[in-house]
Structure formats: C-alpha cells, structure tokens
Design a protein around this ligand. Structure first.
Ligand SMILES: *[C@@H]1O[C@H](CO)[C@@H](O)[C@H](O)[C@H]1NC(C)=O
Ligand SMILES: *[C@@H]1O[C@H](CO)[C@@H](O)[C@H](O)[C@H]1NC(C)=O
Ligand SMILES: *[C@@H]1O[C@H](CO)[C@@H](O)[C@H](O)[C@H]1NC(C)=O
Ligand SMILES: *[C@@H]1O[C@H](CO)[C@@H](O)[C@H](O)[C@H]1NC(C)=O
Ligand SMILES: *[C@@H]1O[C@H](CO)[C@@H](O)[C@H](O)[C@H]1NC(C)=O
Ligand SMILES: *[C@@H]1O[C@H](CO)[C@@H](O)[C@H](O)[C@H]1NC(C)=O
Ligand SMILES: *[C@@H]1O[C@H](CO)[C@@H](O)[C@H](O)[C@H]1NC(C)=O
Ligand SMILES: *[C@@H]1O[C@H](CO)[C@@H](O)[C@H](O)[C@H]1NC(C)=O
Ligand SMILES: *[C@@H]1O[C@H](CO)[C@@H](O)[C@H](O)[C@H]1NC(C)=O
Ligand SMILES: [Fe+2]
Length: 540
C-alpha cells in the first residue's frame, strides 16, 4: 500500500526578538514560517510504529543502601548505546527559549536529514503545526594512521515550536522520514508575571551510572504525580570526558569511547527531557579544559539549545526569572560575563513586580562546606591549576555583592557531590538561621545526582576535604544519599524546596525548606535608592 499524506499547516506568524543564538534562530524561524509543507513517503515505504530505545539498568536500590564510604561507588556505568543502529528519533529534549509562546526541541537520528519535523498542537488529534529541523553532525578525533574518525555523531536536529499558548498543555510528535515518535505531552511556560504556581526539578553531577538511572527514574515517577514546568541541570551532565577510573567501558577502550556517553545520557534522560524543558548550564566536565579534555564546551553547544550564548543566559517562567551563570569562565567586573550578569540583574529588577522570584543557577557553589570544591573564591584550586585555565579573578569581589544587591532569592549549584543547603547568607558570616522573610540568597547544592559521593572527612585536598568545624551558614547537609531536588513556587511569597532521596517517595524532614519573603520586599539596590531619596528629602 502506498502511504501518502499531506500535512496542512496552520499559518504561523513569528516575532524575531527571541533569545536563541542568532545563527540558529534565523534559520529556525524561517523554517517555522514554512507554513505549507507537503510530505509523502516514498513508494513502498511503510509508516513505522513509534520505536523506543530503552535504557536498562539491572541494579536495584539495595546495591546502594547501607553504603559505608560512598566515595567511588555509583554503580557500574550502564552499557553505552551504539548510535549507528538508531534510525528512529531519539534523545528528544525540550528547552525554553525565553518566550512563553515557544519551545525549542532537539532529537537525533542516524538516518537522513530529510523529512525531519515536529508536528504539534493543543490536542493529540490535531497536531496541525509543523516545524522542520536544522540538522548537524559532528566528528570527533581523527586517527592520522587509520585515517578514520573515532566517533561520528548521529544527525542532531533542532527545531522551534512557536505560537504556543502560555501555560497550556500541548502535544507533539516527531516525524523522521516515515518514522514517528510517540505523541508526547508538555506544558508551555506560564505567561511572564502570572500568578500560576511554578514547579521545577533540579539536579547536578549526573553521568550514566546505575545511580544516575535510578535518580532519573525517581524524577519520572514524580512527573507522573505532578506537573513540572522544567528541569534545571546545574552542570556536569554526562561526564563524557577523559577516562577517570570509574568507567569500565573506557577501561576496555581507554581513551576513545567517550562521545557515546553523550548519546547514552541523552537517551537516559529522554523520559524527563521530552516532557518538559530541560535547562542546563555547563560545568567543569563540559567546559574546563582539564576535566573536559577535547570538549572545551564545544560538544555541549552541539547537544543543547539554550538561550543566549548557551553558557550564560536568562529566561522567565511565570513569576520566576532564572539566570544561568557559567562558573568555568571569568565573571570579574571587566569580563563579558561579568558585565552581562550585572546588566541582566538590573534589567530583571526593573520589572521585579513581574518576577518576584529571582533564581541563579550555576555549577560551582560559592557557599558550601567542602573546602576545595565548595568555596569558589576566584582562585584556581590545586587540582585545576595549569596554564590553560582562564582567570577567575573577581568572582568573590563582585559576584556575591551583585547577588545580594539585586535581591537574588536562591542560588542553585552542583559540583560538590552531596546535598547541602545554607541559611540566607552574605559575606560568609552574616547569616540568619531562619527561612522566614529572607533577605539574603539561600545557596543550595544538589550535586548528588548520580556521580560518586564525597565523604565528610577532614582532608587538605581533593573531594573529601571538609573543615572539622561546620561553617555557620550550613543549614543542612547529607553525604550518603543520592537524590534529586525540587522547587515549588506556590505564590509570590512562598517557595518550597525539597531533596528526594533516591528510592524514596516523600522527602525527609531535614531535606525540606519552606522559604518566604515579604511581598513588599525590595532588592537592596532599590532600598539604598530609597534611603538616598529619604535623606535628600530630610536634608531639604
Ligand atoms: C566504614 O569504613 C571505615 C573504613 O573502611 C571503617 O573503619 C568503619 O568501621 C566502617 N563503618 C561501618 C559502619 O561499616
Ligand atoms: C487540525 O486538522 C484537522 C485535520 O486536518 C482539522 O479537522 C482541524 O479542524 C484542524 N484544527 C485546527 C485548530 O486547525
Ligand atoms: C589509530 O589507527 C591505527 C591503525 O589502525 C591503530 O593501530 C592505532 O591504535 C589507532 N590509534 C589509537 C589511539 O587508537
Ligand atoms: C575502541 O574504539 C575504537 C574507535 O571507536 C573502535 O574502532 C575499536 O573497535 C574499540 N575497541 C574495543 C576493544 O572496543
Ligand atoms: C549510521 O549507521 C551506519 C550503519 O548503519 C554507520 O555506518 C554510520 O556511521 C552511522 N552514522 C552515524 C552518523 O552514526
Ligand atoms: C580544547 O582546548 C585545548 C587547549 O587549549 C586544545 O588543545 C584543544 O584542541 C581544544 N579542543 C577543542 C575541541 O576545541
Ligand atoms: C572560604 O574562603 C574564604 C576566603 O579564602 C575563607 O575566609 C573562608 O573561611 C572559606 N570558607 C570555608 C567554609 O572554607
Ligand atoms: C574552618 O572553620 C572555622 C570556623 O568556621 C573557620 O574559622 C576556619 O577559617 C575554617 N578553616 C578553613 C581552612 O576554611
Ligand atoms: C502562599 O502559599 C503558601 C503555601 O501554600 C500559603 O501558606 C500562603 O498563605 C500563600 N500566601 C499568599 C499571599 O497567598
Ligand atoms: Fe564539577
């Protein structure tokens, strides 16, 4: 039977002030505007059933319960996927662009770049909008002797869904040369400034280990009982980097198997990332020259569609404004990122009535009880020293001042492989042991997403280096437990944070914090202006 069908596509209008990388953007908008597209299967070609590549992990929670010194234990790395066999659309992942009417989408196929599109709409039976993709592929490491590439990626497709209705449920299906994905449901971001409660998952330092799969499965379970608006991944994503002693696959094929790890990770998180925006920021394992040998952020950029320059950017979801900071490049006052950061915080505060909540997310924390990984002051720590490192000067001097001055409510982090939450704090020692009416940022490290955990032992160097005296700013910490975190913004004054321990359905009391602020609270910079105004008035 010859299957032929024509898709009539609704007229799509578009505005150009989107926050995606300019080159990608113009091309995507052009394709979204392609409002009539006829597509038919070739003769003899049959439409195939949706196909899913499943990530299997044989282990159970018992493998990890009762662990003693957890360092180095995160389950064996799961079997790597072989992309060459994966023709159907896979590694499907959504991301916000910065506009509530849009959602970017990426998927991978090892087939062709032809007839790749996403059909979407408000009902499963009416996927009347279509956007075709831009595709790219990358090759990695050329062997001069054998004249072969060690790795060739599948075709990575990127498309933009526009004309969405903010806050509403939508459906989409990827169509790839006759093969279709399942029809997948997602929610568009609520209108900026709306009072609709906003919920996010957040996690860091995941990888493709047994524990990574189990934490991901927990997130999938949570998504079945609750509608989340998105995911924040605070860097150190797939660990597709050099051999690090924890990767049996690499041990067999020491140096050159890494890029498959990206594909495996991409498929592992597909059940999460295909159903809501998956927002990531690069960590040292994506950006740092030492830890991401041969990546330097280039592969991260090929695999994600984030707003702006994709390393530091901002986007709003309802009443929350998120700002992503890249902690593996300079943020001193003169640096490009430093200037951008100051400007974006100023801009957000000009409309703070729209976004009462201001959340920064990044990889390396500035407040954490770990001495080496958790106290980013701008100095290169011993294990990262080297001539290749960019200067981190100025982090301590201007960065925290900006957070406090502009009324940042929460800073989400990864990098330190444990769970830790501070009290509201500034200048390292000025802290208030209460989450009521907070005035300074609360720093949360959720670095227990799957990679091996750190131990709290006093050491002078490397992961396990903890001060014997617990810093005053620490409100809670756990080092034996993997898990993921959640943020639920109920309204303009109350947000609930919780860490869900791997394998547990309800958070333990010590892992929950209900943070409130007064509705009339102003960021410190406005308060200062107010003081100046009052003083001038008094003087007159
Ligand atoms: C944990 O391991 C350490 C060092 O191997 C050992 O001294 C200690 O007794 C162990 N603790 C438990 C509870 O098994
Ligand atoms: C979508 O397409 C279907 C089938 O072609 C059609 O019946 C329906 O009216 C369309 N809906 C919209 C909202 O355009
Ligand atoms: C490059 O190819 C040659 C010839 O096939 C092979 O002997 C060599 O091991 C390869 N190099 C690496 C690093 O795999
Ligand atoms: C190691 O990787 C290379 C390049 O991908 C591949 O050609 C080779 O077969 C692999 N060797 C083993 C033992 O898996
Ligand atoms: C696609 O699969 C074929 C084998 O089926 C393989 O030769 C090719 O390298 C693969 N291409 C990509 C981009 O993975
Ligand atoms: C990453 O940076 C190092 C050091 O500057 C360089 O040798 C390497 O070629 C870079 N890799 C990529 C993929 O850009
Ligand atoms: C972090 O570094 C600062 C400056 O070097 C130091 O004053 C502070 O004690 C350190 N804090 C912790 C928790 O190690
Ligand atoms: C350890 O903590 C104490 C108390 O907070 C602090 O005075 C000291 O500077 C810290 N030491 C280091 C090396 O961070
Ligand atoms: C905000 O939500 C919290 C938690 O549900 C509730 O206790 C509080 O009364 C709400 N505040 C307002 C102003 O609606
Ligand atoms: Fe890290």
């Amino acid at each position: 039977m010859k299957l032929a069908f024509i898709l009539l596509i609704a007229t799509v209008s578009s505005e150009l002030d989107i926050n995606l990388p300019a080159d990608l953007l113009s091309d995507l908008v052009e394709r979204s505007e392609d409002n009539e597209l006829a597509y038919s299967l070739a003769e003899g070609e049959e439409e195939e059933e949706p196909y899913k590549y499943v990530i299997n992990y044989e282990g159970t929670i018992d493998d990890f319960s009762g662990i003693n010194a957890s360092y180095g234990k995160c389950g064996k790395e799961i079997e790597q996927l072989d992309v060459s066999k994966m023709k159907a659309p896979h590694q499907i992942r959504l991301s916000y662009t910065g506009k509530a009417t849009e959602m970017a989408i990426t998927w991978t196929t090892n087939d062709t770049t032809e007839h790749e599109q996403v059909n979407y709409g408000l009902m499963m039976t009416e996927l009347n909008y279509t956007s075709t993709s831009i595709s790219h592929q990358y090759k990695w490491r050329f062997n001069e002797t054998s004249k072969e590439w060690y790795y060739t990626s599948g075709f990575i497709h990127e498309a933009l869904m526009i004309n969405l209705i903010p806050g509403r449920i939508h459906y989409y299906q990827i169509e790839s040369n006759g093969m279709k994905s399942e029809i997948i449901k997602f929610v568009a971001a609520p209108e900026e400034g709306s009072d609709i409660p906003v919920s996010f998952l957040h996690v860091g330092d995941v990888g493709t280990f047994g524990t990574s799969v189990m934490v991901t499965n927990d997130m999938m379970k949570r998504m079945e009982v609750k509608q989340f608006h998105g995911m924040i991944h605070c860097g150190d994503i797939s660990y597709a980097n050099k051999y690090d002693g924890e990767r049996p696959m690499d041990a067999k094929n020491k140096t050159f198997a890494e890029q498959k790890v990206w594909d495996t990770w991409g498929q592992m998180v597909e059940p999460v990332g295909s159903k809501m925006a998956y927002m990531a920021v690069p960590g040292n394992h994506e950006l740092d020259i030492w830890d991401s040998t041969n990546e330097n952020g280039t592969i991260y950029a090929k695999r994600f569609i984030m707003p702006g320059n994709e390393r530091y950017f901002s986007f709003a979801v309802g009443m929350v404004h998120f700002v992503a900071v890249s902690t593996d490049e300079s943020i001193d006052a003169e640096s490009t990122q430093g200037q951008w950061f100051k400007n974006i915080l100023t801009e957000v505060n000009e409309n703070r009535d729209k976004w009462p909540w201001l959340v920064v997310f990044q990889h390396r924390p500035i407040y954490n009880s770990n001495k080496i990984h958790g106290n980013w002051t701008g100095k290169n720590t011993p294990q990262y020293s080297g001539p290749d490192l960019p200067p981190f000067k100025g982090w301590k001097d201007q960065y925290e001042a900006l957070l406090v001055e502009h009324g940042v409510d929460i800073v989400l982090n990864g990098h330190v492989h444990h769970y830790e939450r501070t009290w509201p704090v500034r200048n390292r020692v000025e802290t208030v042991k209460s989450y009521k009416n907070v005035k300074y940022p609360v720093h949360i490290t959720c670095g227990n997403g799957g990679k091996s955990l750190y131990r709290f032992v006093p050491k002078t160097d490397y992961e396990d280096s903890y001060n014997e005296t617990l810093p005053l700013f620490v409100a809670a910490r756990s080092n034996r437990l993997w898990g993921h975190c959640e943020l639920e913004f109920y309204n303009r004054t109350t947000v609930k944070h919780a860490m869900y321990v791997m394998g547990e359905d309800t958070p333990r009391e010590e892992h929950v914090a209900v943070i409130t602020k007064s509705s009339g609270s102003m960021p410190a910079c406005f308060f200062n202006l107010y003081l100046v105004a009052v003083m001038i008035f008094v003087m007159i």
